[in-house]
Design a protein around this ligand. Structure first.
Ligand code: ZN
Ligand code: FE
Length: 255
């Protein structure tokens, strides 16, 4: 049974998500940038929080947790690999481990790169993957702790999910990401069309998250390092895809 998923804008540009199973009443929150917007969403929906899934240790993904738990007790789930930096976990998971929310059993994917110990949660029955600051809408997270090789491998695991998977990422960075992607692949017609959609959505103050994996595969330069058009865009035709990815990431850091 697919989960009902609600996108919750938090702080200035973060997203949290509630994933609700109507049959069991279980409701998971993915990341806690702040307590207030999430407490409001729980009040509005009438859903009872059962789990909090944490993707990585950065403050803008965990800092609302203690205030939230004081109002809405729930099991806290996160990466075993990062247990020393995360808030106290009730359930510590590693790559391949599962977490069941109502009728959907999610699998943990290690997506280290932005941080070491960053995880994503893939819920196949809901066609949903929660990627936070690994694969982002038209982008990927900055390499604060890991290497380009690690992030490239992490993105490769996400790219291998079914292409109709919906990608729930952690930030509204998409307009800037579009401006950057167009510098790499100005002739990609899917990218040009998407950039136009993003501009219109943002002008109406609408979120550009979630997106679909199919759209990311067609337009996201960080997933397209093997494409001749991207290799040409960075002057590295025929180079190893991981080296092309590293160059695209380095250019984005300077953009
Ligand atoms: Zn982060
Ligand atoms: Fe973040």
């Amino acid at each position: 049974m697919p989960l009902e998923i609600l996108t919750i804008p938090c702080l200035s540009d973060n997203y949290a998500f509630l994933a609700h199973d109507a049959a069991s009443g279980e409701t998971a929150l993915i990341d806690v940038p702040e307590a207030g917007a999430i407490i409001d969403a729980l009040a509005r929906t009438g859903w009872t929080l059962s789990h909090v899934l944490l993707t990585h240790h950065h403050a803008d993904h965990v800092q609302g947790l203690s205030e939230l738990l004081s109002r809405h007790p729930a099991k806290v789930v996160g990466a075993k690999a990062d247990i020393s930096r995360l808030p106290a976990l009730d359930i510590a998971l590693a790559e391949g481990d599962t977490i069941t929310i109502g009728g959907d059993t999610g699998t943990v994917i290690d997506v280290s790169g932005h941080t070491i110990g960053h995880i994503a949660f893939h819920f196949p029955a809901s066609k949903a993957v929660f990627t936070a600051d690994s694969l982002m809408a038209l982008g990927c997270g900055r390499l604060f702790e890991g290497t380009a090789t690690q992030m490239f491998a992490s993105l490769g695991k996400l790219a291998a999910l079914p292409s109709d998977t919906i990608v729930y990422s952690g930030h509204e960075y998409t307009q800037t990401n579009a401006n950057f992607a167009l510098t790499i692949e100005p002739g990609n017609v899917d990218l040009v069309a998407r950039a136009d959609d993003i501009k219109q959505a943002r002008a109406r103050n609408q979120p550009t998250v979630p997106s679909t994996l199919a759209l990311e595969l067609a337009t996201n330069p960080f997933l397209r390092a093997a494409e001749p058009s991207v290799q040409n865009g960075v002057g590295m035709v025929g180079a190893e895809p991981v080296a092309v990815f590293a160059e695209v990431r380095a250019r984005k850091d300077r953009f």
